[in-house]
Design a protein around this ligand. Structure first.
Ligand code: HEC
Ligand code: HEC
Ligand code: CA
Length: 463
């Protein structure tokens, strides 16, 4: 909590990980906070400055960006996706579902029957990101970061009043006080769509900025986030951003053909090839397979036309742009460091433990990348459905402070578990002889790892 007059932090209230969307009641007594990778909502009492309760919206809820309070009926609305990870054959239309969840603020309950399953109520859309309610609370206006469109839905009879295109990458929507105009901020076309809500037409597109990215990175970013092009996605269902939100990860483990695979953070991967937990891909251009097989896009590689004398070179400008964008993503700074970027005393002690010969972490997780880019069997393979183990590519540890759960199949909920429960026979570094204090210091060090460029201004951030 910040006192805006004094510009001072007056209190810090601990909440669950990844707080994201905020909404405050008109009387200022309660604050609702969404948690990005779980879709849960913390209810904070601002008088006692404590978390009163935490409301779950279902185990599949993910990427919960925003929460908006209804003006009269004591409900809150959250746009988010459902990640259907129990699906043994992830396909473009059975993997990610766009929804708006509804919470009853009087009883603090999730109202499943009022949830808007947008692909059913309206049509397939990708990444519901923000919404606005009309002042009488009857209509909801939802924008989709990935599919670049807008739905207007009547909440009482769940009827779609309009569905229209806006710019690329819409991240925010507001209505005029008379409810007759909507303004949509399009993060990838760098403009604002002005929508007439009487005729449901986009009446103006106002340029507001120009992207600082090079044309190639800008194109790559569009291909990563937007599902509009049939080249990358069928029916606009999904894009890379749906699982690698903000170039990172979704906190989920998917049942891929190779075996269960925890989604990887893509930040900092430029120097840690080969790719994938099993090191079975050698360049980001190989993700043409992801586009064709998972997202059911027609692909970025042009098909060869031997009759015209065009061989398939295995290259395309768009695929190179996508690869260049992914390679430009830098790990984010760790909040577990001191403000000036130096290690805390615990992390500094943990660094010494990490480098001890009788512990051995640095044998494989070699600084500065914290990987030796080699495959090792550390005793974690052989789980159900595993086709490629038992060896795995040493993951880089930069950024692990925000990439729980851990290991290739996400079996470890915390870093402490990686070093304890999931290292029973000391095959993954020697940890059993360490004291609890040494293990805690080691965890503090792991939590502080970031990239060398994490603290320089990072223009290539997705958001
Ligand atoms: C359904 C969720 C999902 C979607 C959609 C998705 N990915 Fe992934 N991605 C994963 C998972 C899970 C892994 C880990 C797979 C493995 O290592 O075998 C992964 C791994 C990767 C890696 C390897 C990272 C490394 O350091 O080893 C890259 C690169 C990548 N994805 C890029 C992309 C691109 C580009 C797109 C869009 C064309 C995309 N992904 C779409 C889930 C997804
Ligand atoms: C013999 C090489 C080797 C040594 C030594 C080693 N690691 Fe690892 N580490 C790996 C491999 C391989 C994996 C991936 C295993 C998997 O996913 O099943 C891994 C995974 C991890 C992960 C999970 C990362 C993620 O993103 O999920 C952490 C954290 C980690 N190691 C920390 C350590 C620490 C701390 C030590 C020292 C106690 C250590 N490792 C020693 C090879 C090694
Ligand atoms: Ca992880």
């Amino acid at each position: 909590m910040v006192d805006t007059a004094l510009a001072q932090v007056v209190d810090t209230i601990p909440v669950q990980p990844r707080p994201k969307g905020l909404a405050i009641t008109n009387d200022g007594t309660r604050l609702y906070v969404t948690h990005f990778l779980s879709g849960t909502v913390s209810v904070l009492d601002l008088t006692s400055r404590r978390v009163r309760t935490v409301i779950a919206t279902g185990p599949e809820s993910n990427l919960a960006q925003r929460i908006v309070l209804h003006p009269m009926n004591n409900r809150a609305y959250l746009p988010h996706i459902r990640s259907n990870t129990s699906n043994p054959h992830p396909l473009f239309d059975t993997t990610l579902f766009p929804v708006v969840s509804v919470i009853d603020l009087a009883t603090n309950q999730h109202l499943l029957t009022e949830r808007l399953e947008l692909s059913v109520v309206d049509r397939p859309v990708n990444l519901p990101f923000d919404l606005a309610l009309s002042s009488d609370g009857q209509r909801v206006h939802i924008v989709y970061l990935g599919s670049g469109d807008l739905s207007v839905i009547d909440l009482e009879n769940r009827a779609v009043l309009a569905h229209l295109e806006v710019g690329d990458g819409p991240r925010g929507i507001v209505l005029s006080p008379d409810d007759r105009t909507a303004y949509v901020a399009n993060s990838l076309s760098d403009d604002v769509s002005v929508i007439d809500l009487d005729t449901f037409k986009e009446v103006k597109r106002i340029g507001v900025t120009t992207s600082p990215l090079s044309p190639q990175l800008h194109r790559g970013k569009l291909l990563f986030i937007s599902s509009r092009s049939t080249q990358v996605s069928r029916d606009r269902w999904m894009s890379c951003e749906s699982c690698h939100a903000d170039g990172e990860q979704d906190g989920r483990t998917w049942l891929f053909p190779d075996g269960p695979r925890n989604t990887t953070n893509l930040r900092g991967l430029a120097h840690t090839h080969p790719l994938h937990w099993s090191a079975d891909r050698d360049e980001v251009q190989d993700f043409e397979f992801t586009i064709r097989e998972l997202q059911a896009g027609t692909g970025l590689l042009e098909d060869p036309h031997p009759e015209l004398g065009q061989p398939n070179t295995g290259r395309s400008t768009d695929l190179d742009a996508l690869a260049a964008f992914v390679a430009s993503l830098q790990p984010k700074p760790s909040p577990f460091r001191r403000v000036d970027g130096t290690l805390t005393p615990e992390a500094a002690r943990g660094q010494a433990v990490f480098h001890r010969a009788d512990v051995g972490c640095a044998d494989c997780h070699i600084p500065p990348l914290f990987t030796d880019v080699r495959v090792h069997d550390i005793g974690t393979g052989g789980g159900p459905g595993e086709l490629l183990g038992p060896g795995f590519d040493t993951p880089s540890l930069r950024g692990v402070w925000h990439t729980a759960p851990y290991l290739h199949d996400g079996r470890a909920a915390t870093l402490r578990e990686v070093l304890g429960t999931h290292n029973p026979t000391d095959r993954h570094g020697h940890t059993s002889h360490l004291s609890e204090a040494e293990v805690q210091d080691l965890v503090a060090f792991l939590l502080s790892l970031e990239g060398e460029k994490s603290r320089v201004q990072d223009l290539e951030r997705v958001e």
